[in-house]
Design a protein around this ligand. Sequence first.
Ligand SMILES: [Fe+2]
Length: 448
Amino acid sequence: MSTASAATDETNKPFYLRGNYAPVAEEVEAFDLPVHGAIPPELNGHLLRNGPNPRNGTPEHWFFGDGMLHAVEFGGGRALSYRNRWIRTRPFLEKDVDLIDMSTGVADRTVAVANTHVVGHAGRVLALVESSFPTEVTCELETVGIYDFEGKLNTAMTAHPKICPDSGEMHFFGYGFMAPYLVYHCADAQGRLIKSEEITVPGPTMIHDFAMTESNIVFMDLPVVFDLEQAMRGAMPYRWSDDYGARLGVMPRGGTNSDVRWYEIEPCYVFHPLNAYDDGDDVVIDVVRYPELWRNGSGSFDSASLHRWRIDRSRAVVSEQALDDREIEFPRINEHLTGSKHRYGYATWNPDNVSGVSTAIVKYDLESGASQVHDFGPGRSPSEAVFVSASEKAAEDEGWLLTVVYDAADHASEAVLLDATDITARPVARVALPQRVPFGFHGNWIGR
Ligand SMILES: [Fe+2]
């Protein structure tokens, strides 16, 4: 993607270069961080976070900035270290490198800003962006390089793979604006790519995420479509379509394209499902649903809230139910339950519906319908909350939520640990970080 010249006046800068969206300029590290409260001794590993941190200029969209990782290491009841590093991608290291060759329309998947998520699988840590191949990194934030599954991956890779807690397999997909528009992939527990299957869809749409149950893979083919004119001028190349329609595709795990059954739904957009599970022959998917997204290619975001889709496969219909009306994003569960019925979900919440920035985390009890809130207070904004289980045999919500909270008054960040069984309680621990962590996208816990 090309970049435009930077606006110099602070007030004329786009939102993603101001306040806590603004990039940090330094790579730092610090050890034995100050802690208020007590770090649980069970926490041994790294909290990794990823997000755009453009090194130069003004990207055309928040999504296009160079990826920067932040790592907070815990162990022995201490906050051992903090480190941040740009990911040494080709766009970071080389000048004038473009994902798409506009003369041929061909994408070079080694051009990866790697700014969206970071996932551990089969002993590797992968920084991900959905336009490109993964970039392998370490928990110390060294960049190993592009990882294409030993040459076997021939598409981009979603930033939201799903790891089966039973088999250890990693299920994912790649999408693109030229055919094949959607390809499903599966890597085994050792990280070997064992399956790639083209999935037939009517056209090129933006497919950010998908869902998996114990028996099925669910694809979301939603009406945010590729727009060549927008792509040609370097803008976000997707926009809302009133014509494309919206469908969910269900493929049995181990199945092929010919086994996919498609079900019409009300047009909407979903970046992130919370989780999905089989309920008899039905498939249930909880999602953060936008009524629409990017009409006229606006690239801006309206509010989204928690909805449940139930795919009644015997009647071939999908029912849709609003579970809540709060404006949320970044839904997470205890990932020991990926693909199985979950009771609890966690998300960031924007209570005032004005600032566009979340200042709370909500915990949903989807069995009772109750919820809890941890309100960080005005000007204090949590990142996506990552659930870390207290042990292999712990109850579903027995563990901690790890989040990085930005405090506008101090223009500084801290890592905050909440007791997931009662998120209304005071934090278990707060760890002052030596550098502000800009608002980013996703993160994960990589345990030792
Ligand atoms: Fe995402």
